[in-house]
Structures are given as C-alpha cells and as structure tokens.
Design a binder for this molecule. Sequence first.
Ligand SMILES: C[S@@+](CC[C@H](N)C(=O)[O-])C[C@H]1O[C@@H](n2cnc3c(N)ncnc32)[C@H](O)[C@@H]1O
Ligand SMILES: Nc1nc2[nH]cc(C(=O)O)c2c(=O)[nH]1
Ligand code: SF4
Ligand SMILES: [Mg+2]
Length: 270
Amino acid sequence: MPVSSEPSVDQDSPPDSDGPALPINELFESLQGEGVLAGVPSIFIRTSGCNLRCWFCDSYHTSWEPTHAWMDLDEIVDRVSEFDADHVVLTGGEPLIHEEAVTLINRLADRGYHITVETNGTIAPPPGTPIDLASISPKLASSTPTPERPPAGGDAAETADTGVDDWQQRHEANRIDHEALTALIERFGFQLKFVLTGRDDLPEIEDLVGELRAETETEVADTDVLLMPEGQTREQLADTRREVAEVAIESGYRYTPRLHVDLWNDAPET
Ligand SMILES: C[S@@+](CC[C@H](N)C(=O)[O-])C[C@H]1O[C@@H](n2cnc3c(N)ncnc32)[C@H](O)[C@@H]1O
Ligand SMILES: Nc1nc2[nH]cc(C(=O)O)c2c(=O)[nH]1
Ligand code: SF4
Ligand SMILES: [Mg+2]
C-alpha cells in the first residue's frame, strides 16, 4: 500500500519526535525502470515536495498536490531492510530539497546500499555524500506549465486551482542551475537523463550539454546523456518513443526506456 494512503497522510508538519524525519509519499520494491541501471531490482523511497512544477510530472502527488506521511529516518531504514534488493533509489518530488535526505543517504550507505538519487539538478549535496549515481534530469523549456499546458496528473477537480500562472514563471526561472549541475557532475557518478516531448527538444539539450562541457573538466561523454520519451501511460509513450529513439540514433546520445510504464503502466508502487 502506498504510504500516502495510510491514515497519517494529512500530517503537514513533522511529527513530534527527537530524530530527523522525511515526508514520504511511497516506499516500495520494483525494477529500476529508467537509465543506465534499468532492470536492476531496487527499493524506491519517494519523498514529497518539489521546487519545480513540470506539467507532465508523473508524480503529481509529490509536486502539484503533495501528500505524504512523515517517517523517522530509523523507520525508513527499517522498511528498506525488509526488502531483498541492495540498490536504493531516492526520488520524489525533489528529494534534495530536504536536508534530511543527506542524513538518510549516509545511513543507507553505512549499511552497504548502492544509492541512486533521482534529481532535477537544481540542488547539489555536499562533496563526499555517498551517492553512487546522481541521476540528473534537467528540465527543458517543454516542461514548463502554461495555461494551455496545465498539470497532466490528478483529476479535473484537483487540477482546477494549482496555481499554473504563478508556477509558469517560477518553474521557468529555476529549472536550470549551472552551478548545481556542474557540482553534481563533479562530485558524483552521474547520468544526464532528459525527458523529450519530441524532436524539437534536441537543440536545447545540445546547447546545455555543450555549456556544461565548457564549465567543468569532468568528462561528459555522449553516453552519459540519455534521452527518455515523455509519457505516463503506455498509450502516451507509444506516441513519443519512436521519435525519441530516432533522435538518439541521429545525435549519438543514449535512449532509455521507461520499463515500469511498459510493464505496469506506471501504477502506484511500480
Ligand atoms: C518524478 S521525477 C522525481 C525526481 C526529480 N524531481 C526529477 O524530476 O528528476 C523522476 C523521473 O521521472 C521523470 N519524469 C517525470 N514525469 C515524466 C513523464 N511524464 N514522462 C517521462 N519522464 C517523466 C523525471 O524527469 C525524472 O527523471
Ligand atoms: N520502476 C521505476 N523506476 C523508476 N526510476 C525512476 C523513477 C522515479 O520516479 O524517480 C522510477 C519509478 O517510479 N519506478
Ligand atoms: S522536477 Fe521532478 S518531481 Fe518536480 S515536477 Fe518535475 S518531474 Fe515532478
Ligand atoms: Mg517515476
């Protein structure tokens, strides 16, 4: 059962407890569906809350309408240890907006887990944070919500008053942060995983990758750049994936599938 459907879902502030805690939307075991580790059995910890608002966000209840239960880090580590996998994926929402995420990463690394952090690339944890793979997904102009492109998740009633007008400017202003991106690239093993709505997104990716190469001495190889089709359902993916695959062949960047959509149509806890 997703943590978000437990009775404590409406707790908006941390519980009165001594230790650090995080707002958790769901915690489950699945296969890593995206990127260079696609197919690897992994435990997903999904925090709630985000500093951006992509119109296509497939985790609507962590960004546009955040829901969660607060969990102590001890409780999170206990839940993780109930599963068999040795890979943990910390995701969200944007997990790195929470300072406690770094404490959790350290505790999990002490227990020997391989740690991937799924991040939008606007925040870089301190050097030495034991992240094995920073899975960085910088957000392109085509992610920006507009009145014509309101949030795709949620139902009509939920999406009626989500503040798209306010978020259009805020998202656009904050979606790319060169300092955070270069810090992530220099500090951790990384992949740059772009969501493409179509062929028109390629020039912006090429420009950004070129700028990042100029800004850091760390090598950013074409094989570190992954193109992922936008789509929350099998039907939507079927519309975008062929075009994105062709763009990958033409550009020399990698293509990544979304296995969890292919396998489970992105149902909760998959
Ligand atoms: C929900 S986000 C959470 C982590 C972080 N906020 C981020 O955006 O990278 C997890 C991954 O899903 C991707 N994603 C979200 N909505 C998507 C969609 N509709 N189609 C394809 N990928 C999507 C994001 O780009 C990111 O790589
Ligand atoms: N199976 C599966 N793989 C994933 N890789 C990244 C995900 C995410 O939401 O961050 C994700 C997800 O939600 N499910
Ligand atoms: S940055 Fe990630 S979690 Fe935030 S709105 Fe975009 S896809 Fe969703
Ligand atoms: Mg997902």
